[in-house]
Design a protein around this ligand. Structure first.
Ligand code: ZN
Length: 189
């Protein structure tokens, strides 16, 4: 059995049993919030439970490290859409301790790519074309820095309103404990 066939088999039973009914909601977040967090598997169910979120409560955007790496990239676009099109009134950046993006370095990633058949020549070609692979494949030294940087980029974004609270938090991936790094209400004072 492949992962795909397992999923499809489960899915047919899920739909048939109408197991979806308990999840019915709308596209608008009931708690009027958007969360940017990490794709870490430990957070899949833990984060919503630890933040008291049910299906339909929040827009949740995920990537590796909860990092906003570009002011006009897909993460910022998602936040802008959540605010203007989906009525999100507050933004929460939620990093986590023991994040895999801590200390990630481009050299290690590129070595693994080489071992899977990506040639050094190709990597050189990309770099010579001006693609900054070091920056692209680097995380942060401390999760605190990652959260602070993402919060700063969102707060200062020219297309977002100045009165939008943007909070920075770090969640513990085992206990779900949340530490406030930056209080968005205080920042808009
Ligand atoms: Zn992470």
């Amino acid at each position: 059995m492949s992962i795909l066939s397992d999923i499809i088999e489960h899915n047919q039973a899920f739909v048939e049993a109408k197991a979806y009914e308990q999840f019915k909601t709308t596209k608008f977040p009931d708690k009027k919030m958007v969360i940017l967090t990490c794709m870490d598997t430990r957070l899949t169910e833990l984060l919503p439970k630890a933040m008291n979120l049910r299906n339909g409560d929040a827009k949740i955007i995920k990537n590796a490290g909860a990092i906003v790496s570009h002011p006009f990239g897909s993460i910022m676009r998602s936040i802008i859409v959540a605010v203007y099109e989906l009525n999100a009134k507050e933004v929460f950046v939620v990093g986590h301790y023991e994040c895999g993006m801590t200390g990630l370095n481009a050299k290690d990633v590129l070595n693994k790519a080489r071992s899977r058949g990506v040639t050094s020549e190709l990597i050189d070609t990309l770099q010579n074309a001006g693609i900054n692979l070091d920056g692209f494949l680097t995380g942060f030294d401390y999760v605190h820095d990652g959260v602070v940087n993402s919060v700063k980029l969102i707060r200062n974004h020219p297309l977002l309103p100045k009165d939008l609270p943007v909070h920075g938090l770090i969640i513990h991936p085992e206990t779900g404990r949340l530490d406030i790094i930056s209080n968005g209400y205080e920042a808009i004072g």
